[in-house]
Write a protein that binds this ligand. Structure first.
Ligand code: ZN
Length: 452
């Protein structure tokens, strides 16, 4: 049992003035009250922790390595970035993956994330053969999240082939499950009994898995598990899908699966009007990764029409060019404003606030991506998973509560994050992860090996 004094608490979508929060031994909120208890720890502004709905942990090792035009190249795009990424995927071992993921997750926690959905396809040994322990690499990712103390939804990826009607490339040999049965074995090897851990079902993309296997993976698995896939990120993928499946990728999903809020479509950048509307109405969730999509030159999701149709959307940091959720949210909105030459494009009625819309929508949909059924909005009964903000940060000082989320999202930087608490325990305090030194040493060793 612990008491926390909170200067301002964003609980269940409303700001509460100074209050006292009691957490039980599991870190669940047992009481929120105005009366002062005998002893307590003081926090500044407290909001629910951010939810990172799309991560490829190993890619954190290579940020900065693909920001130049390769010698002899005339242009650069997603596909040349993928070459650099495959170079790393081909050599990272379990110890190195764990060290990189631990550093990455500790940095996410420093930026206020308390949960991550890890889209994991580096399954096999360097020679492409399964490890003796089939789930070795996935278990290393869980170990990284455990060490850091954040919630992980592990999404073991079904990856079957190189492209529509094409065998896998040699560089993809670590990713491959040939059949649905192989994939289900892999999935079964990754069950962990821990409140911080949950599992999801995941298909890499329509190009990487045959139509029949996509349906089997999603239909023949526990319907309570969240389902994820990459979709319509690149125009080339849409063209190939039209050629081989006769439909645009999202249209194919809409026509072949009963999409619901179980489904998480990552990127969904290139949708036509009908797909956008039908997808929104299906209740499925789009996971938008603004800085990665920007870095890779993917394109812009049509958010305004999607919001008008009440579509769900979450954010992810994907390739980890950026780990600050505020920057993801800001870019998500600014991309639309720049395209439409308008302001507050998500506010459909007078009185609505862009910061509140962005925060509330991505928190709600982030839970769908994690497969978390409760609200996690800092009500009694919710875990105390929070980002603690510095109330003295200049952009927050003196602001009425109704302006705080917009001041935070549009105008603050990472110095606003004072700490992160998961299940009632400090994970990051005074801007540093509590195991910062050990994590940094192991990461440095791995990076020196990987980047030499
Ligand atoms: Zn991805």
């Amino acid at each position: 049992m612990k008491w926390w004094k909170v200067e301002k608490l964003y609980s269940d979508g409303k700001w509460l003035d100074t209050c006292f929060v009691n957490t039980d031994e599991r870190g669940i909120i047992a009481k929120i009250q105005n009366e002062e208890p005998d002893s307590f720890e003081s926090l500044g502004l407290v909001i629910p922790g951010f939810l990172n709905a799309h991560s490829h942990a190993f890619q954190y090792s290579m940020v900065g390595l693909s920001e130049h035009l390769p010698v002899g190249a005339k242009g650069d795009d997603f596909w040349s970035w993928r070459k650099v990424m495959y170079g790393l995927a081909g050599k990272i071992n379990p110890d190195q993956l764990q060290a990189v993921a631990t550093m990455l997750y500790s940095e996410m926690a420093r930026m206020g994330f308390t949960s991550v959905a890890e889209f994991h396809y580096l399954h096999h040994n360097l020679d492409g053969k399964p490890y003796d322990n089939l789930g070795e690499m996935g278990q290393r990712l869980y170990a990284a999240a455990k060490e850091v103390g954040i919630n992980i939804t592990l999404l073991p990826v079904f990856y079957q082939r190189g492209d529509f009607k094409q065998e896998a490339l040699p560089q993809q040999k670590r990713f491959i499950s040939r059949t649905t049965v192989d994939y289900l074995k892999l999935l079964a090897s990754l069950q962990v009994n821990d409140p911080l851990f949950s599992l999801g079902v995941c298909v890499h993309s329509l190009r990487a898995v045959s139509e029949g296997s996509v349906l089997e993976a999603f239909i023949d698995t526990d319907q309570n598990l969240p389902a994820h896939l990459h979709i319509a990120e690149q125009e080339k993928e849409v063209e190939s899908c039209l050629k081989y499946l006769g439909k645009r990728p999202v249209q194919w999903l809409l026509d072949n699966l009963e999409l619901s809020d179980r489904y998480n479509l990552v990127h969904a950048t290139h949708l036509d009007e009908g797909e956008n509307k039908q997808l929104a109405e299906s209740g499925a969730n789009v996971v938008i990764c603004p800085t990665t999509e920007g870095n890779l030159g993917d394109g812009l999701f049509n958010l305004v029409e999607y919001i008008k149709a009440k579509g769900n959307f979450a954010i992810g940091t994907d390739g980890h060019f950026n780990l600050n959720p505020l920057e993801e949210l800001r870019l998500l909105d600014y991309g639309q404003r720049l395209k439409l030459k308008k302001r507050n494009i998500m506010c459909l009625e007078g009185g609505q606030d862009s910061g509140e819309i962005l925060f509330n929508a991505t928190q709600k949909a982030g839970l769908l991506a994690m497969g978390i059924k409760d609200s996690r909005s800092l009500k009694v009964g919710d875990p105390f998973d929070v980002a603690v903000l510095n109330p003295e940060h200049p952009v927050l000082v003196g602001k009425a509560p109704k302006y705080l989320l917009s001041a935070l999202i549009y105008s603050s930087d990472s110095s606003v994050f004072a700490g992160t608490i998961v299940a009632g325990n400090w994970v990051v305090n005074n801007g540093k992860h509590i195991k910062n030194r050990e994590i940094a040493d192991a990461f440095k060793k791995a990076q020196l090996e990987l980047l030499k």
